[in-house]
Write a protein that binds this ligand. Structure first.
Ligand code: V47
Length: 357
């Protein structure tokens, strides 16, 4: 397929098809992809690049699922398994920098903690930190909490929201293709269930993100099909804020792979995501997995968001992530300015806190 034809479509704001998305993945004209993605990003966000001051909290790594790509999860009783009490979580939150605006909270699927424990945790955090946004629980966790509580997804979400839940992160989407998903994480909910849970969250007014785990055993076709399912749901609900491709980190996992994804593939995947997801406002480069340098270069490949300061990231680190899992606000601002973009500090739902001139 001629690249020129796709270019014309991009510059005249026409939606790309599955076939065109696959053709883009098969092309190696990275700089043209970058220019097209930058055009699409600037139409939405100008030169602005967003970040949030946040802190990750992972209350437990004990998980009843055994996803082959995950080096973070442990079985109860296994060396390295941990669970934090609500007091431990409060202590961790108290140690956060006073400027933090978001706690990003995700866990394994714990076999014994009751639903009320999660409500107590949210309430305790909200009581002590009323101004900090709680972005918590992937769709996989919400499905699990609904099962252990005997509540419908909608009722579980309403109770969690009442206790302080502000929005949901985009994890657990992995790759929707059923055969690949079955090889990677047979016990995990299927792709359609992930989409169903997210749709319910959007319907009750909770914003979410979406992710895609790439660079393992999936094909380009699987990546495009994943993006198209997200695009279809976003057409229905407009509830997604940002899309975040997650580059597979292979160490300590059960997936035989000796290398990280390449910078070329990372930039291509980000650019094509920007071009396919014409109804998503934001494309996030998760620097913890990509590395700070590729994340910075990605600002010329359609990215308008660098996530945040993160602090004490554990999931990528367990799988051999090469960054130290936290960046200061000044370091993020420096990366953005050096790429000739405008740093914008935001809150979780993209209200602007500060724009750097
Ligand atoms: O759900 C697990 C993935 C996710 C590996 O919404 C791995 O703002 C790569 O979802 N290599 C958690 N990825 C991280 C996540 C996230 C991160 C930052 C921001 C947001 C957001 C969401 O990490 C998991 C899983 O998909 N993951 N193991 C691995 N070896």
């Amino acid at each position: 397929m001629a690249f020129e034809y796709i270019k014309e479509k991009v510059y005249s704001n026409q939606r790309l098809t599955r076939k065109e998305g696959i053709a883009l993945f098969k092309s190696n004209d990275l700089l043209t992809l970058g220019r097209m993605a930058t055009h699409a990003a600037e139409k939405k966000n100008g030169k602005r690049v967003y970040f949030v001051r946040n802190m990750h909290i992972n209350p437990t790594n004990i998980c009843v699922n055994r996803c082959k790509f995950c080096a973070f999860s442990k079985t109860k009783g296994e060396p390295g398994a941990y669970e934090m009490s609500v007091d431990d979580i409060l202590d961790k939150a108290r140690a956060a920098d006073k400027s933090v605006r978001e706690f990003h909270i995700v866990s394994g699927l714990h076999p014994d903690l009751p639903f009320t424990w999660y409500l107590d945790m949210l309430r305790a955090l909200k009581k002590e930190f009323p101004k900090i946004h709680l972005k918590a629980f992937t769709a996989v966790e919400i499905d699990y909490l609904s099962k252990i509580s005997g509540l419908s997804v909608i009722d579980a979400l309403l109770k969690l929201r009442e206790a302080g839940l502000g929005s949901m992160p985009g994890g657990g989407a992995e790759i929707f293709n059923a055969a690949v998903r079955n090889t990677l994480c047979a016990e995990k909910i299927g792709g359609n269930r992930w989409l169903e849970v997210i749709e319910v969250a959007h319907r009750v007014g909770l914003k979410t993100n979406a992710t895609m785990l790439y660079g393992h055993i999936e094909s380009y076709e699987d990546r495009i099909d994943h993006l198209l399912k997200l695009r279809d749901l976003q057409d229905k609900t407009s509830g997604f804020q940002a899309f975040i491709p997650l580059s597979f980190q292979p160490h300590n996992t059960e997936i035989k792979k000796s290398a990280y994804t390449t910078g070329f593939d990372d930039l291509k995947t980000l650019a094509i995501s920007r071009l396919m997801l014409d109804n998503f406002d934001h494309l996030k480069a998760y620097w913890v997995m990509l590395g700070e340098k590729i994340a910075q270069v990605s600002l010329n490949f359609g990215v308008d968001d660098l996530d945040g300061t993160v602090v004490d990231e554990r999931i990528a680190k367990a799988a051999g992530g090469t960054t130290d899992g936290s960046m200061t606000k000044d370091e993020i601002v420096h990366l953005i300015k050096q790429a000739d973009r405008t740093p914008v500090e935001r809150d979780t739902v993209y209200n602007i806190v500060k724009v750097w001139k």
